[in-house]
Design a protein around this ligand. Structure first.
Ligand code: HPA
Length: 255
Protein backbone atom coordinates (compact mmCIF):
# COMPACT_ATOMS: atom_id res chain seq x y z
CA UNK A 1 0.00 0.00 0.00
CA UNK A 2 1.37 3.39 -0.96
CA UNK A 3 -0.83 5.70 1.09
CA UNK A 4 0.04 6.93 4.58
CA UNK A 5 -3.16 8.53 5.88
CA UNK A 6 -3.34 10.54 9.09
CA UNK A 7 -7.05 11.29 8.56
CA UNK A 8 -9.91 8.79 8.76
CA UNK A 9 -13.64 9.01 8.18
CA UNK A 10 -16.38 6.81 9.58
CA UNK A 11 -19.43 6.94 7.33
CA UNK A 12 -22.76 6.47 9.09
CA UNK A 13 -26.12 5.04 8.04
CA UNK A 14 -27.01 6.19 4.54
CA UNK A 15 -23.94 8.42 4.48
CA UNK A 16 -21.61 6.14 2.53
CA UNK A 17 -21.69 8.21 -0.64
CA UNK A 18 -18.88 10.48 0.51
CA UNK A 19 -16.82 7.47 -0.49
CA UNK A 20 -17.69 8.22 -4.15
CA UNK A 21 -15.57 11.37 -3.90
CA UNK A 22 -12.52 9.48 -2.72
CA UNK A 23 -9.93 8.62 -5.35
CA UNK A 24 -9.67 5.05 -4.14
CA UNK A 25 -6.30 3.31 -4.26
CA UNK A 26 -7.16 0.29 -2.09
CA UNK A 27 -10.34 -1.18 -0.76
CA UNK A 28 -10.42 -4.05 1.72
CA UNK A 29 -13.56 -5.88 2.69
CA UNK A 30 -13.93 -6.25 6.48
CA UNK A 31 -14.35 -9.95 5.96
CA UNK A 32 -10.73 -10.10 4.71
CA UNK A 33 -9.22 -8.36 7.76
CA UNK A 34 -8.22 -10.63 10.65
CA UNK A 35 -10.26 -9.97 13.82
CA UNK A 36 -12.44 -7.36 12.12
CA UNK A 37 -16.14 -7.73 12.88
CA UNK A 38 -18.45 -7.91 9.84
CA UNK A 39 -21.26 -5.36 9.44
CA UNK A 40 -24.79 -6.80 9.33
CA UNK A 41 -26.98 -3.75 8.68
CA UNK A 42 -28.44 -2.66 5.39
CA UNK A 43 -26.85 0.60 4.21
CA UNK A 44 -23.44 -0.38 5.63
CA UNK A 45 -21.39 -2.05 2.99
CA UNK A 46 -18.41 -3.07 5.12
CA UNK A 47 -15.13 -1.93 3.56
CA UNK A 48 -12.00 -0.10 4.58
CA UNK A 49 -11.14 2.34 1.83
CA UNK A 50 -7.76 3.97 1.28
CA UNK A 51 -7.29 6.85 -1.12
CA UNK A 52 -7.22 10.59 -1.55
CA UNK A 53 -9.79 13.23 -0.65
CA UNK A 54 -9.25 17.00 -0.47
CA UNK A 55 -5.70 16.45 -1.69
CA UNK A 56 -4.81 14.28 1.33
CA UNK A 57 -4.28 10.61 1.96
CA UNK A 58 -7.26 9.33 3.91
CA UNK A 59 -8.83 6.10 5.03
CA UNK A 60 -12.57 5.56 5.37
CA UNK A 61 -14.71 2.99 7.10
CA UNK A 62 -17.71 2.38 4.89
CA UNK A 63 -20.01 0.76 7.41
CA UNK A 64 -19.52 0.71 11.16
CA UNK A 65 -20.31 -1.74 13.95
CA UNK A 66 -23.14 -1.14 16.37
CA UNK A 67 -23.59 -2.48 19.87
CA UNK A 68 -27.18 -3.54 19.01
CA UNK A 69 -25.81 -5.97 16.43
CA UNK A 70 -24.46 -7.99 19.34
CA UNK A 71 -20.83 -6.90 19.23
CA UNK A 72 -18.97 -6.14 22.42
CA UNK A 73 -17.84 -2.56 22.94
CA UNK A 74 -14.28 -3.77 22.27
CA UNK A 75 -15.41 -5.06 18.86
CA UNK A 76 -17.39 -1.90 18.09
CA UNK A 77 -14.28 0.20 18.69
CA UNK A 78 -11.63 -2.20 17.34
CA UNK A 79 -11.43 -0.34 13.98
CA UNK A 80 -10.50 2.87 15.82
CA UNK A 81 -7.63 1.02 17.52
CA UNK A 82 -6.51 -0.18 14.09
CA UNK A 83 -6.73 3.38 12.74
CA UNK A 84 -4.54 4.64 15.57
CA UNK A 85 -1.94 1.95 14.92
CA UNK A 86 -1.95 2.89 11.22
CA UNK A 87 -1.12 6.50 12.10
CA UNK A 88 -4.54 8.18 12.12
CA UNK A 89 -4.54 11.38 14.21
CA UNK A 90 -7.77 13.07 13.01
CA UNK A 91 -11.13 11.31 12.80
CA UNK A 92 -14.31 12.49 11.09
CA UNK A 93 -17.47 10.70 12.18
CA UNK A 94 -20.98 10.93 10.79
CA UNK A 95 -24.29 9.47 11.81
CA UNK A 96 -28.02 9.60 11.26
CA UNK A 97 -29.85 10.78 14.34
CA UNK A 98 -33.25 11.71 15.70
CA UNK A 99 -33.57 15.43 16.43
CA UNK A 100 -35.03 16.62 19.73
CA UNK A 101 -34.19 20.29 19.53
CA UNK A 102 -37.43 22.01 18.40
CA UNK A 103 -35.52 24.24 15.97
CA UNK A 104 -34.29 21.20 13.99
CA UNK A 105 -35.91 19.85 10.83
CA UNK A 106 -35.47 16.63 8.89
CA UNK A 107 -32.22 17.08 6.96
CA UNK A 108 -30.62 19.45 9.49
CA UNK A 109 -26.84 19.05 9.74
CA UNK A 110 -25.81 19.15 13.38
CA UNK A 111 -22.16 19.64 14.25
CA UNK A 112 -21.60 17.61 17.41
CA UNK A 113 -20.15 19.82 20.15
CA UNK A 114 -20.41 17.27 22.96
CA UNK A 115 -22.04 13.95 23.79
CA UNK A 116 -23.85 12.02 26.50
CA UNK A 117 -22.78 8.40 26.84
CA UNK A 118 -25.93 6.42 27.58
CA UNK A 119 -24.65 3.02 26.43
CA UNK A 120 -24.99 0.26 29.01
CA UNK A 121 -21.32 -0.74 28.63
CA UNK A 122 -18.24 1.44 28.41
CA UNK A 123 -15.70 0.96 25.59
CA UNK A 124 -12.81 1.48 28.04
CA UNK A 125 -14.18 -1.04 30.55
CA UNK A 126 -11.45 -3.47 31.57
CA UNK A 127 -7.67 -3.29 31.66
CA UNK A 128 -6.46 0.10 30.47
CA UNK A 129 -4.85 0.05 27.04
CA UNK A 130 -1.92 2.46 27.44
CA UNK A 131 -2.78 4.73 24.51
CA UNK A 132 -4.22 7.03 27.18
CA UNK A 133 -4.79 7.35 30.93
CA UNK A 134 -6.99 5.14 33.10
CA UNK A 135 -9.30 8.07 33.76
CA UNK A 136 -9.42 10.08 30.54
CA UNK A 137 -10.44 13.71 30.61
CA UNK A 138 -13.45 14.39 28.36
CA UNK A 139 -13.81 18.17 28.58
CA UNK A 140 -13.21 18.58 24.84
CA UNK A 141 -14.08 15.31 23.15
CA UNK A 142 -14.91 17.19 19.92
CA UNK A 143 -12.06 19.41 18.75
CA UNK A 144 -13.01 23.10 18.99
CA UNK A 145 -10.67 24.16 16.19
CA UNK A 146 -12.24 21.66 13.80
CA UNK A 147 -15.70 22.90 14.81
CA UNK A 148 -14.64 26.49 14.00
CA UNK A 149 -13.22 25.37 10.68
CA UNK A 150 -16.51 23.60 9.82
CA UNK A 151 -18.49 26.70 10.76
CA UNK A 152 -16.31 28.89 8.55
CA UNK A 153 -16.63 26.50 5.59
CA UNK A 154 -20.41 26.14 6.04
CA UNK A 155 -20.79 29.93 6.11
CA UNK A 156 -18.63 30.38 3.04
CA UNK A 157 -20.60 27.77 1.08
CA UNK A 158 -24.02 28.94 2.31
CA UNK A 159 -24.74 25.61 4.07
CA UNK A 160 -26.91 25.89 7.17
CA UNK A 161 -25.51 24.03 10.17
CA UNK A 162 -26.57 23.76 13.78
CA UNK A 163 -24.55 22.87 16.85
CA UNK A 164 -25.73 20.32 19.38
CA UNK A 165 -25.22 17.54 21.85
CA UNK A 166 -25.53 13.92 20.70
CA UNK A 167 -26.79 11.24 23.04
CA UNK A 168 -25.66 7.71 22.21
CA UNK A 169 -27.96 4.89 23.24
CA UNK A 170 -27.96 1.17 22.53
CA UNK A 171 -31.07 0.79 20.32
CA UNK A 172 -32.24 -1.04 18.30
CA UNK A 173 -35.61 0.50 19.18
CA UNK A 174 -36.12 4.11 18.23
CA UNK A 175 -37.35 6.21 21.15
CA UNK A 176 -40.78 6.45 22.69
CA UNK A 177 -42.08 10.03 22.97
CA UNK A 178 -41.32 9.88 26.71
CA UNK A 179 -37.71 8.85 26.01
CA UNK A 180 -37.20 11.67 23.48
CA UNK A 181 -38.59 14.12 26.04
CA UNK A 182 -36.31 12.77 28.77
CA UNK A 183 -33.17 12.92 26.59
CA UNK A 184 -34.00 16.47 25.61
CA UNK A 185 -34.47 17.40 29.27
CA UNK A 186 -31.04 15.90 29.92
CA UNK A 187 -29.60 18.40 27.47
CA UNK A 188 -29.33 16.33 24.28
CA UNK A 189 -30.28 17.77 20.89
CA UNK A 190 -30.02 14.53 18.91
CA UNK A 191 -30.08 10.80 19.66
CA UNK A 192 -28.58 7.85 17.85
CA UNK A 193 -27.14 4.37 18.26
CA UNK A 194 -23.47 4.92 17.39
CA UNK A 195 -20.53 7.33 17.45
CA UNK A 196 -20.05 7.74 21.23
CA UNK A 197 -18.02 4.50 21.68
CA UNK A 198 -15.73 5.30 18.72
CA UNK A 199 -15.25 8.89 19.87
CA UNK A 200 -14.33 7.79 23.39
CA UNK A 201 -11.70 5.36 22.11
CA UNK A 202 -10.35 7.87 19.57
CA UNK A 203 -10.05 10.46 22.32
CA UNK A 204 -8.28 7.94 24.54
CA UNK A 205 -5.79 7.45 21.68
CA UNK A 206 -5.21 11.20 21.37
CA UNK A 207 -6.98 11.31 18.00
CA UNK A 208 -8.81 14.61 17.47
CA UNK A 209 -12.44 14.18 16.48
CA UNK A 210 -14.99 16.03 14.39
CA UNK A 211 -18.57 14.74 14.19
CA UNK A 212 -21.74 15.55 12.26
CA UNK A 213 -25.24 14.19 12.77
CA UNK A 214 -27.76 14.28 9.97
CA UNK A 215 -31.22 14.66 11.49
CA UNK A 216 -33.37 12.02 9.83
CA UNK A 217 -36.48 12.08 12.05
CA UNK A 218 -37.88 14.25 14.80
CA UNK A 219 -38.37 13.44 18.45
CA UNK A 220 -40.05 16.77 19.11
CA UNK A 221 -43.46 16.79 20.81
CA UNK A 222 -46.20 17.32 18.22
CA UNK A 223 -43.88 16.18 15.37
CA UNK A 224 -43.27 12.57 16.37
CA UNK A 225 -44.45 9.97 13.89
CA UNK A 226 -43.54 6.44 12.96
CA UNK A 227 -39.83 6.05 12.06
CA UNK A 228 -38.56 3.41 9.67
CA UNK A 229 -34.98 2.53 8.73
CA UNK A 230 -35.87 3.25 5.07
CA UNK A 231 -37.00 6.79 5.88
CA UNK A 232 -33.88 7.36 7.93
CA UNK A 233 -31.79 6.27 4.93
CA UNK A 234 -33.73 8.50 2.52
CA UNK A 235 -33.38 11.56 4.74
CA UNK A 236 -29.67 10.84 5.15
CA UNK A 237 -29.32 10.48 1.39
CA UNK A 238 -30.72 13.92 0.87
CA UNK A 239 -28.32 15.63 3.26
CA UNK A 240 -25.19 13.74 2.35
CA UNK A 241 -23.89 15.97 -0.47
CA UNK A 242 -23.81 18.91 1.98
CA UNK A 243 -22.02 16.88 4.60
CA UNK A 244 -19.58 15.68 1.96
CA UNK A 245 -18.84 19.26 0.92
CA UNK A 246 -18.07 20.32 4.48
CA UNK A 247 -15.95 17.29 5.35
CA UNK A 248 -14.08 17.25 2.03
CA UNK A 249 -13.16 20.92 2.39
CA UNK A 250 -12.19 20.46 6.05
CA UNK A 251 -9.80 17.70 5.07
CA UNK A 252 -8.33 19.95 2.37
CA UNK A 253 -7.73 22.78 4.84
CA UNK A 254 -6.98 21.06 8.16
CA UNK A 255 -3.30 20.85 9.02
N1 HPA B 1 -33.23 7.45 17.50
C1 HPA B 1 -32.15 6.68 17.57
N2 HPA B 1 -31.36 6.47 16.54
C2 HPA B 1 -31.65 7.05 15.38
C3 HPA B 1 -32.77 7.86 15.25
C4 HPA B 1 -33.61 8.06 16.37
O1 HPA B 1 -34.65 8.77 16.32
N3 HPA B 1 -32.78 8.29 13.95
C5 HPA B 1 -31.71 7.77 13.33
N4 HPA B 1 -31.01 7.01 14.20
Amino acid sequence: MTTKPSVAIILGTGLGKLADEIEITDSISYADIPNFPVSTVEGHSGKLIFGRLGGKDIMAMQGRFHFYEGYSMQEVTFPVRVMYELGIRTLFVSNAAGGMNPSFEIGTLMIITDHINFFPEHPLHGKNIPTGPRFPDMHEAYDKRLISLADAIAKEKGIKVEHGIYLGTQGPTYETPAEYRMYHLWGADAVGMSTVPEVIVAHHCGIRVFGISVITDLGVEGHIKEVTHEEVQQAADHAQPLMATIMGEMIRRAE
